[in-house]
Design a protein around this ligand. Structure first.
Ligand code: MSP
Length: 730
């Protein structure tokens, strides 16, 4: 009998920058589901990919002086490599710049236009109209459908004015149909509280949406109207079909589409649920195509209380974590460590905090001391006491031994938790089995039993049952930690791939016959030193952020709010380049005056910046040449928003418009300025500093200020005349 099918997707990731831990989170969630479903007997298609069109790709490429195609080619590779590093078992990968995708998008709209022909013009799903509204290019979201200024609800940046003739989709006509869908499919959106939000949104009335753009060039041309390109969501969502052969020229691929569509799960972060649970079903209804079965939305990974995102500069990257763990332990444990941490610490649907410290703690406690230690103890005892052969059940009461861990009940709970996407609960339940075996070891003291041959039957039974339970643990934990479970599986003498075991048919059996040979016991999760790991991770992160001036952890400037003063002169003379300049707390008595912000570039440009604004002749280098000063790029900035940085008395996080982008800069001016009084103020920004982190928040530049009075009050440099954001200061 052929296997039932299961098709799941991640969102396709914007290819304007490299993935961070937040992007990895969605992909790992889907990978856990995919592995679990395979172990329940499904033939799983798992699609991920990259979203490569749109204005923010165009802009990012322009900034880097390369073409959009070059940019997406570069980033797509990084995504693929990361998924390999994280053991992601996707079966498909789609890029929206592939011809097969363009063909699918154009044909999807053609199908709709064809159906529209039978309708009155006022009923047609797609029509042309002038659009005017505000749009956030960072979050790809309409901020408002009127031309008045409006800020983005997600990132707070001002929306851009868009005014042009577009193709529209008559979403308003789908309100009733969508509500019926929600009624007939009570699990269409998971978790339920998100479903309620979607329902209320639809109940409150739907507006038609624009699905094409004239102003953007980097996109898929509208069929038979080359002036327009598809607007991002119509293009992006169709990847779920193009990725598995919709409208493919290859008959085999078309058959794949026939087999796997509709999707069983589209998984994503909470911010894009509306596009998936409202727009997407409506687009499909209009084209007469079957709808996906379920949309699941997870929360955000927060870093310092904020959504981790590249545009905010507060990102952690997965590669340094995985590689640092692997390098330090000399074993392949980093991937499991990251996956375990993310699945254990978050409740799907809720936001969760990301912390490298907590990750290392979890690894040491649950993986090294927990599963790793148990496996190594059991296997070593089998090796030592029974010559590396599982002893088999002895004469003692088997039922009561098997009963101590309540294995079958716990197995049922784990499966239920996986089915409900409650990964943390599944893990907790699995780890209960580990704890219970540990407790029985403490109680029984097997080494004592070994001393008296009369106790050997009990010892045999205990070790056999414990090994059986360990086997169950490995099967259950495999979707989350695939690397180490496979290795322990082999050490336990189990044949073949653990992935091939049917989790839904799992029982305690498999090892009861005496004599099964185990492999060589080897520790799978060596303990890791927190300090060393943090330093290694930070060094690698700096290399990613700043490949040219890759810094050592020690060169990261201290938080301006807490550091002790180090004069620029000291910084320069001790060979720490100009990093000392950034370490000067704004407002510290006698300090140099560039405030907050990132460490200057290693070239020494920072020293020049200090000299420019300083006025503290005693501490700056005597004289610098014009060529040194020319290294510093200064621009007029307009403050868009400012807020305090949690846990830092003197730091403000300032979003400042420097003409072609909005930068996040940390400034140590919180004791001199209230955040609200800064909004709209013109400031001088050092724009070519290497990014640096303070309190886990990235700073991409520096604000210039004078230092006044005995308390060193910071007074920001500003302009008396009108001057636009982005103008050069020289
Ligand atoms: N390209 C669109 C999706 C189109 S799907 C047809 C997009 N891309 S994205 O790169 O911005 O986000 C992709 C996924 O990464 C989303 O599920 C998003 O929620 C997730 N994450 C990005 N940052 C995240 C966190 N900080 N935390 C958790 N997930 C996050 O949206």
């Amino acid at each position: 009998m052929s296997k039932p099918k299961f098709y799941l997707t991640t969102p396709i990731y914007y290819a304007n920058s490299r993935p961070h831990v937040g992007s990895a989170y969605t992909t790992i969630v889907c990978d856990v589901i995919a592995r679990y479903k395979r172990m329940c007997g499904y033939d799983v298609a798992y699609l991920t990919g990259t979203d490569e069109h749109g204005v923010n790709i165009e802009r990012a490429a322009e900034k880097q002086g390369i073409t959009p195609q070059q940019l997406v080619d570069k980033n797509e590779k990084i995504f693929r490599e990361l998924w390999k590093l994280l053991g992601i078992t996707n079966t498909e990968f789609i890029r929206t710049t592939e011809p097969r995708h363009a063909r699918a998008v154009q044909n999807l709209v053609r199908r709709t236009l064809e159906r529209d022909k039978a309708l009155e013009p006022s009923q047609r799903a797609i029509y042309k109209k002038k659009y005017e509204g505000r749009y956030c290019i960072y979050d790809n979201l309409y901020v408002s459908d009127t031309p008045e200024p409006a800020d983005c609800q997600i990132c707070g940046r001002p929306g851009e004015l868009v005014s042009e003739e577009n193709y529209f989709f008559r979403l308003s006509a789908y309100q009733q149909k969508l509500l019926e869908l929600y009624k007939n499919s009570p699990h269409f959106v998971h978790p339920n509280f998100r479903f309620n939000e979607v329902k209320s949104f639809v109940e409150s009335g739907l507006k038609d949406i624009s699905i094409s753009r004239k102003s953007i060039k980097w996109g898929i041309p509208w069929p038979d109207d080359q002036e327009h390109v598809f607007y991002v969501w119509y293009d992006a969502l169709t990847s779920y079909m193009s990725g598995i052969g919709f409208e493919s020229e290859d008959p085999q691929k078309r058959a794949e589409y026939e087999r796997f569509w509709p999707a069983d799960i589209h998984a994503m972060g909470k911010e894009i649920i509306r596009f998936h649970a409202v727009y997407w079903p409506a687009f499909l209804m209009a084209a007469g195509i079957e709808l996906p079965k379920q949309i699941i939305a997870h929360g955000w990974l927060l870093f310092e209380q904020e959504k981790m995102s590249k545009s905010k500069g507060n990102v952690a990257y997965p590669e340094p974590i995985v590689k640092a763990f692997d390098e330090i332990t000399g074993a392949k444990v980093g991937n499991d460590a990251l996956r375990y941490y993310l699945m254990r610490e978050t409740v799907l649907g809720q936001d969760g905090n990301f912390s490298r410290e907590a990750l290392i703690t979890r690894y040491n406690a649950d993986l090294a001391n927990g599963l790793g230690n148990l496996a190594s103890r059991l296997l070593t005892m089998i090796e030592k006491y029974f010559d590396g052969r599982i002893p088999g059940l002895g004469e003692s009461d088997e039922a009561s031994i098997a009963g101590w861990a309540g294995v079958s009940e716990k197995t049922g709970n784990v499966l239920k938790a996986y089915d409900e996407f409650q990964f943390a609960r599944a893990i907790e339940e699995i780890w209960r089995l580990i704890t219970e075996i540990d407790q029985v070891i403490t109680k029984l003291k097997p080494w004592k039993l070994y001393e008296d041959p009369a106790d050997h039957p009990v010892l045999k039974s205990f070790l056999t049952v414990a090994a059986m339970i360990l086997r169950v643990v490995l099967v259950l934990a495999y979707p989350v930690i695939p690397d180490a479970t496979q290795r322990i599986w082999e050490q336990l003498g189990q044949p073949g791939k653990l992935a091939a075991i049917r989790m839904d048919q799992l029982n305690l059996g498999g090892l009861e016959q005496p004599g099964m040979r185990i492999g060589k016991p080897e520790g799978v999760f060596p303990r890791i030193d927190k300090k060393e790991a943090l330093e290694r991770i930070e060094t690698m992160e700096n290399e990613i952020r700043n490949p040219a001036t890759a810094g050592k952890p020690g060169s990261t400037p201290a938080d301006a709010s807490t550091t002790t003063t180090k004069t620029p002169a000291e910084g320069a003379s001790t060979g720490t380049s100009a990093a000392g300049a950034a370490a000067i707390p704004a407002g510290a008595p006698g300090a140099g005056t560039p405030v907050g912000g990132a460490a200057p570039a290693a070239s020494g440009a920072g020293a020049a910046a200090v000299a420019t604004a300083a006025g503290t002749a005693t501490t700056v280098p005597a004289k610098i040449g014009i060529e040194d000063f020319a290294k510093v790029e200064l621009r007029v900035g307009v403050v868009k928003s400012a807020e305090k940085v949690a846990g830092a008395d003197k730091l403000l996080k300032v979003m400042v418009d420097i003409g072609d982008e909005v930068r996040q800069v940390l400034a140590g001016i919180a004791t001199s300025y209230a955040p609200e009084e800064l909004v709209g103020r013109k400031v001088v920004v050092v724009t070519n500093l290497a990014p640096r982190k303070m309190r886990g928040v990235e700073s991409n530049g520096m604000l210039l200020a004078a230092s006044a009075g005995p308390d060193g009050k910071a007074v920001l440099c500003t302009f008396a005349e009108e001057i636009p954001a982005g103008a050069k200061v020289k």
